[in-house]
Design a protein around this ligand. Structure first.
Ligand code: NAP
Length: 298
């Protein structure tokens, strides 16, 4: 249980509702900042102004999936008020407090570091990334269906990178009856892909393998789908780039050549906010309870 633990939520989207519910069920004292438009706050949850004073009692601050932008702006679908997280907010936190987010930009990292406040990026955790790969793969499949006039079954699909997202996606495509090629750079990934029944190839040979592709999914956060590769893929092909912005595709050249290429960020929050929220909620609940057991929170 989280009895007596003060938690401040700042902004967010539908995912945050799952987190609020879970932590409130665990008896944390939850204060919501930037939730003016939330019609039915949960019982026992208090809405409060977004101010440094509001942070002064917090044991934990929970920010949205992308903590803030590089000027401190925190996104919220629950208010029209502009929420800007400043150095003053972080300075007001008790020294033992922790700030939790999905991923942090340099600004947030820097203001937390300035005051020696621990910042935890949940999406960096393997367990969260693996669970998140499920709605991500489903979202990628949804986009493929919406943007093609052929079935995934029987298609020549390609997944670049078989990390946490790529592996789930490749397996899901295979389950739908696609012929799946996977582009990797390490022999152990090549071996794993072969063991799982994919057709592996090394990324250095991408140009040659791209020639017959119908669906190309990239999960590598580096420029891999270059103009040279795009020049070699059929016009009917669809590129879906899942890697974090700016993706790993030369979108300018794809447009010029008339090959459809889509950058698809934030799919879990778009296609399955409830599931994505539960993934965050479960992990946060475990982390906060572990802190509580270890006596790090007073
Ligand atoms: P991951 O587990 O680290 O996998 C990344 C894969 O890319 C690994 O197989 C890695 O292989 C490969 N890779 C990285 N840099 C490379 C390079 N320069 N050249 C060749 N291969 C390289 O990461 P993940 O969790 O699957 O996430 C992948 C990307 O998707 C990230 O950018 C993440 O932010 C994004 N993402 C997007 C969504 C969405 O909704 N669109 C959802 C979740 C994640 P090695 O082991 O050889 O390095």
């Amino acid at each position: 249980m989280l009895t007596g633990i003060q938690i401040a939520f700042v902004g967010g989207d539908a995912r945050q509702l799952e987190v609020i519910q879970k932590l409130s069920e665990l008896d944390a004292a939850v204060r919501l900042m930037g939730f003016d438009n939330l019609q039915h706050p949960l019982g026992g949850v208090v809405k409060t102004a977004f101010s440094p004073e509001g942070f002064s009692q917090a044991d934990a601050v929970i920010l949205p999936a992308v903590g803030s932008d590089d000027s401190g702006k925190v996104e919220s679908i629950f208010t029209s008020e502009e929420l800007v997280l400043t150095d003053d907010h972080i300075a007001a936190l008790p020294k033992h407090a922790k700030v939790y987010t999905g991923m942090a930009k340099a600004y947030l990292k820097s203001i937390c570091a300035n005051h020696a406040i621990t910042l935890i990026e949940l999406f960096e955790r393997d367990d969260v990334a693996i669970y998140n790969s499920i709605p991500t793969a489903e979202g990628a499949i949804m986009m493929a269906i919406q943007n093609t006039d052929f079935t995934i079954h029987g298609s020549q699909s390609m997944v670049l990178g078989i990390g946490r997202t790529g592996l789930t996606l490749a397996r899901t495509l295979q389950g739908l009856g696609a012929k799946v090629k996977t582009g990797v750079r390490k022999p152990e990934h090549y071996a794993r892909a072969a063991e799982m029944g994919f057709t592996p190839f090394y990324l250095r040979d991408l140009q040659e393998h791209a020639a017959g592709v119908d669906l190309l999914f990239n999960t590598i956060p580096a420029m891999v789908v270059t103009a040279q590769i795009i020049a070699n893929i059929p016009h009917r092909a669809l590129i879906i780039d899942l890697a974090s912005k700016p993706g790993g595709t030369d979108f300018r050249f794809a447009e010029k050549r008339g090959v459809k290429a889509l950058l698809a960020p934030g799919l879990p929050g778009i296609v399955a906010p409830k599931t994505a929220g539960r993934i965050i909620a479960q992990t946060l609940a475990e982390l906060l309870q572990e802190d509580e057991r270890n006596g790090r929170n007073p």
